[in-house]
Ligand binder design. Structure first.
Ligand SMILES: [Mn+2]
Length: 301
């Protein structure tokens, strides 16, 4: 059995990509099962419920398993035991990570806005049909990763994939669906500070230093008013657990910018890397992958 799995702190792309690749492989006669590397977030639950799909089981340890990775190829972001797994495939839209393979491997990494856009292309390449429910969840993953087309990572191919998938899924108002999703994501009342920080969180190995970057995308940052101290406390805890720095992007998808929180041993780190800034608000900053991680890697690497 091959398990298809995304990164830890799974986001919607990691969950939906695993399901979509599993379905494509099934149609190609290869037995796979979708797994997740941890509990899924409220947005992903909303998506799966909306299109009547089941939540994949959690895989705690990948040791000795055959694995197809989706939406990552970094050991620091992957399921426990990944070093001891047989990675037989990778479908991703990030920089190539540090995973090592022991068998010939099928890899497709493309600089698009979402793994599900790449998978849409794979369905087309193999001339396989995408069912209504699978199209629906892939569509939502692209809307999520591209922040409803506002992220600088979004490409024409992502927009085209959304148009095709919306037709298959019978979704008329794509942007309306996107907003509905982000409102679910923005419902932070009753969510613990830990879940807010860890909901979409990734660790990176940068020149031997461990740096964490989380992101919260909200329709209005006011929803977090009064909770900054709690968030910083949680980030402090992560830092004390062997990290050099921890960042949290509080991204306002309507104002199209980010309030960037930073906890680090070096008090001026944020300004040093991202420029002088009094209140921590960076206009136009939307993408961890394109606007935050490369600058940090340049600094630490
Ligand atoms: Mn993704």
């Amino acid at each position: 059995m091959i398990y298809v799995i995304g990164h830890k702190s799974p986001d919607s792309d990691s969950v939906c990509s695993a399901i979509a690749v599993t379905e494509l492989k099934r149609q190609l006669g290869i037995k796979c099962e979708a797994r997740v590397a941890g509990d899924i977030n409220a947005e992903s639950k909303f998506i799966l419920e909306k299109f009547g799909m089941e939540v994949p089981e959690v895989l705690d340890n990948a040791e000795d398993e055959d694995i197809i990775l989706v939406d990552h190829s970094d050991l620091s972001q992957g399921v426990d035991g990944l070093e001891e797994a047989r990675v037989v495939g990778i479908v991703d839209h990030h920089k190539l990570g540090d995973v090592e393979t022991s068998v010939p491997v099928e890899v497709l990494i493309r600089p698009l806005g979402c793994t599900c856009t790449i998978i849409k292309g794979l369905f087309d390449y193999y001339r396989k049909e995408i069912s209504k429910d699978i199209a629906g969840i892939m569509l939502c993953a692209i809307l999520s990763d591209s922040v409803i087309f506002k992220s600088p990572t979004c490409t024409d191919e992502d927009r085209d994939a959304v148009a095709d998938l919306a037709k298959i899924a019978g979704v008329g108002d794509v942007e309306g669906l996107g907003m509905e999703m982000f409102r679910v994501k923005s419902d932070v009342e009753g969510t613990s500070a830990k879940d807010l920080v860890m909901g979409d969180y990734k660790d990176f190995n940068m020149g031997g230093k461990k740096v964490g970057v989380g992101q919260l995308e909200l329709v209005d940052l006011k929803m977090l008013d009064g909770r900054e101290d709690e968030l910083l406390e949680e980030m402090e805890r992560l830092k004390d657990d062997g990290r050099d720095a921890v960042f949290l992007m509080l991204t306002d998808i309507m104002r199209e910018g980010t309030m960037l929180l930073c906890v680090s041993r070096d008090a001026g780190l944020r300004e040093e890397v991202f420029g002088e800034n009094e209140d921590g608000w960076y206009d136009g900053m939307m993408s961890r992958k394109k606007q935050v991680v490369p600058k940090l890697e340049e600094f630490f690497g």
